[in-house]
Design a protein around this ligand. Structure first.
Ligand SMILES: [Zn+2]
Length: 418
């Protein structure tokens, strides 16, 4: 049993051994990570772990998702709990004894913890099924890391899996840095950023490096574009509704004395509101085309809105923090002072139904959260100690939210302004 946890899981489940089971499952998932929308070995482990529980289970059509519905013993609405299951193309250097056995693939974002915790929540809630005032939908999602798996699951009907639209949805994410071990953090409104991907291809006219006047130099043009885009952000975006634009890749040319024909760069854009997202999108087109025109070259801009901002419902965020505070004490449940510029495809769920996304500190106790390797780093480590707490927190969010709905009838998502 971990030091963080006060025995609540056992009293909640009425059965011991949960933590050890979750650690075993998490390590098995970690050893055999998979990326993308189809995670056959991960899905098999999840299905095996859910086997024997009183769940209605279905799997995805266009992706390797698992949706499980638990019917409560009392009538009531449905709520959704989500865990993402996919890993990253990262070569693991964490040094943990259960490190990845798949070359070049690692659970570097801790989604193995989320998956195991959601299995734990299913076990805890199944043990208290008769008391539940409604149904719980467990959303085991592949393809979070850039594949939009949540959007696909929403399209395939996960929000209505219980036969009625869920009234609330919750998910959590572990952090190997920033938050101290075991601390839960969330906030009302934007929690995570929108993420867009930009690819710019500039076509000029190649030639000899000694005679640029006889060519149309795309190198000079992209250099100006990269700096002009930073200036565009500072002149276009409200400082209190910010955006980040980072050019992370730039490729052109073959030799010191050849003016190339083309140049290409890629950027990520992060923002926290539809207004700023739109302003930056327009600004990128305007700036790139303006600079291209000034240089007499052609530019093609491919601007893709990947993920919307993850926006918590204010009431649901307050409820989630209250629940975490009740479980773990005030010192371990804090309101995040500001959003962070990472992004999440749970945003597609929160676009449809009210809910809250929570951060959970999983930095090992022998590391400093201020300097520990961050999520996605090959050295990132997520401490097993949070597994049971994460499971209990998810289970309590579902059970208490259904209880709340039984006491106060919930307005339908369409009535409720979000
Ligand atoms: Zn992640």
């Amino acid at each position: 049993m971990n030091a963080l946890h006060d025995g609540d899981a056992d009293s909640y489940s009425g059965s011991g051994g949960l933590h050890d089971d979750l650690v075993r499952l998490r390590h098995a998932l970690h050893r055999e990570p998979e990326t993308g929308l189809d995670l056959p070995r991960t899905r098999a482990k999840v299905l095996a772990a859910l086997d024997g529980l009183p769940l209605e289970i279905s799997t995805g059509k266009r992706l390797g998702s698992v949706t499980a519905v638990l019917r409560g013993g009392r009538p009531g609405p449905a709520v959704l709990l989500r865990g993402d299951m996919d890993a990253l193309p990262v070569r693991e250097e964490s040094g943990v004894p259960y490190a990845s056995e798949v070359p070049g693939v690692m659970h570097a974002c801790g989604h193995d913890v989320h998956t195991a915790a959601l299995v734990g929540a299913a076990r805890l809630l199944a043990a208290r099924r008769d008391e539940l005032a409604g149904d719980v939908v467990f959303m085991f999602q592949p393809g979070e890391e850039g594949y939009g798996g949540a959007r696909l699951m929403v399209e395939e009907g996960v929000l209505d899996a219980a036969g009625t639209r869920v009234v609330a949805a919750y998910g959590l994410h572990v952090f190997s840095t920033i938050l101290p071990l075991g601390v839960v953090a969330t906030r009302p409104g934007p929690l995570l950023a929108a993420s867009d991907a930009v690819t710019v291809t500039v076509t000029g006219r190649g030639g000899h490096g000694s005679s640029p006047h006889a060519a149309a130099d795309p190198v000079q043009a992209v250099c100006e574009m990269v700096t002009a885009l930073q200036t565009m952000v500072t002149r276009t975006v409200d400082v209190f509704d910010p955006a980040v634009l980072t050019v992370g890749s730039l490729h052109t040319g073959t030799a010191h004395n050849v003016i190339p024909e083309t140049a290409r760069f890629e950027a990520t854009v992060r923002s926290f509101s539809a207004t700023t997202q739109r302003a930056v999108r327009q600004g990128v087109h305007r700036t790139v085309q303006g600079v291209a025109a000034a240089h007499g070259v052609r530019a093609q801009v491919d601007y893709q809105d990947l993920y919307p901002p993850t926006v918590n419902d204010a009431d649901e965020a307050a409820f989630a923090l209250r629940t975490a505070r009740d479980l773990f004490g005030a010192g371990r449940a804090v309101e995040a002072p500001q959003p962070i510029a990472g992004s999440e495809d749970f945003s597609f769920v929160l676009q449809e139904v009210p809910g809250a996304f929570l951060g959970l500190g999983a930095c090992p106790p022998d590391r400093d959260p201020a300097t520990a390797p961050m999520n996605h780093s090959p050295q990132a480590v997520y401490d097993d100690a949070v597994l049971t707490d994460a499971a209990v927190l998810l289970a309590r969010l579902a059970a208490d939210r259904l209880e709340l709905a039984a006491a106060v009838p919930t307005p339908s998502p369409t009535e409720k302004s979000r």
